[in-house]
Design a binder for this molecule. Structure first.
Ligand code: NAD
Length: 328
């Protein structure tokens, strides 16, 4: 079997090599984002795999289908870049990837602690041999309340990770689950805003969660609240964040994801002019930590994403399905 893999990063190569050897298949690779211009690369391939930067729309799917492609995999958890209905009509089976929630949950706890202990400022000072303490006083976790919004796989793992810190843990979700209820107290969203010293977001980006945190919600939070977003930038209205930081309503902000991050993250843009005012305005504050959407980025997660991408295609061909097969 021949599989065309797009958007291949150097760190995926060793896992692709191992899978090609193990299953006796050919995996052609390109770092390019899939699109109409490079669709001819899929000629003679039964499977195509990619990450999340391309738009896999009906026209592209028709091109792939004409080239003989019958199976697709996205080596990401998100799949909103694929027209699943069109794929189904064309008889193309599609799967996504999964990986353990631990990497993102660990990163979230790191963000919480870095915010709480003013680490960005301390780190900056170290570069100029400024070892003063002024302005760096933090708080003990066990004297604080942490509010977790979204208690799915990652939110629950964050709660488990935080269990050892002795903080009070409260949670909000539209669907409550027993595992989270055993270690945290479910409250309403209003109660979570009113009671939390630290709020961390773990909901998906869907129409109902777009800008779920705006001016009104930030106003309802405690003064000096620490806000951490390792989920999706669009969950929070960036203008409200700017106001919250400027007015010092928000004590610290940890963001692994930001609105308008596409085209900025995961690239070296050092010599470019980047037009995203709010992103860069927020970036310069001493109490705002921004990372390049890297919470997922662990060796374990990458291995799992590549494995799901290749073995998903093989399983869909051999058995008609796979554990991560998607339905329109
Ligand atoms: P999940 O589907 O297991 O959990 C999502 C939870 O959010 C569910 O419990 C769901 O009921 C809840 N939810 C849905 N709508 C809600 C609402 N309106 N209010 C409150 N809760 C709501 O997903 P997960 O695996 O835990 O991932 C959570 C999110 O983390 C993903 O959707 C993704 O955007 C983000 N993520 C980020 C990274 C990264 O590298 N920064 C990596 C992976 C995932």
């Amino acid at each position: 079997m021949k599989i065309m893999a797009f958007e291949v990063r150097a760190d995926e190569e060793e896992y692709l090599d191992a899978l090609a050897k193990e299953h006796g298949i050919e995996i052609i690779r390109s770092s390019a984002v899939p699109g109409p211009d490079n669709a001819d690369l899929t000629e003679g391939c039964e499977g195509v795999s990619f990450l999340g930067q391309g738009l896999i729309d009906r026209a592209l799917l028709e091109q792939y289908h004409r080239n003989g492609v019958r199976f697709l995999s996205t080596r990401t958890i998100g799949y909103n870049h694929i027209d699943l209905a069109a794929a189904e009509e064309l008889g193309i089976k599609v799967c996504n990837a999964n990986y353990a929630p631990n990497g993102v949950a660990d990163f979230t706890v790191m963000m919480i602690l870095m915010c709480l202990r003013n680490y960005k400022q301390a780190f900056w000072r170290g570069y100029v041999n400024d070892f003063s303490l002024q302005g760096l006083m933090g708080r003990n976790m066990n004297s604080l309340t942490v509010g977790v919004m979204g208690t799915g796989r990652i939110g629950r793992q964050v709660l488990k990770n935080l269990s050892g810190f002795g903080c009070r843990m409260i949670a909000y979700d539209v669907y409550q689950n027993e595992e989270a209820a055993a270690i945290a107290e479910y409250v309403s969203m209003e109660e979570l805003f009113a009671q939390s010293d630290i709020i961390t977001l773990h909901m998906p980006l869907i129409p109902e969660t777009f800008h779920i945190i705006g001016h009104k919600e930030i106003a309802a939070m405690k003064d000096g609240v620490i806000l951490v977003n390792c989920a999706r930038g669009e969950l929070i209205d960036t203008k409200a964040l700017v106001e919250g930081i400027e007015t010092e309503k928000i004590g610290a902000l940890g963001m692994d994801t930001a609105e308008g991050e596409e085209g900025i993250i995961h690239r070296d843009r050092r010599t470019d002019i980047i037009a995203n005012r709010d992103w860069f305005y927020l970036h310069q504050f001493r109490n705002v930590i921004m990372t390049q959407h890297m919470a997922f980025y662990t060796a374990e997660a990458i291995e799992s994403m590549v494995k799901c991408g290749i073995e998903g295609i093989l399983s869909m061909k051999e058995t008609g399905t796979c554990p991560t097969m998607l339905k329109a």
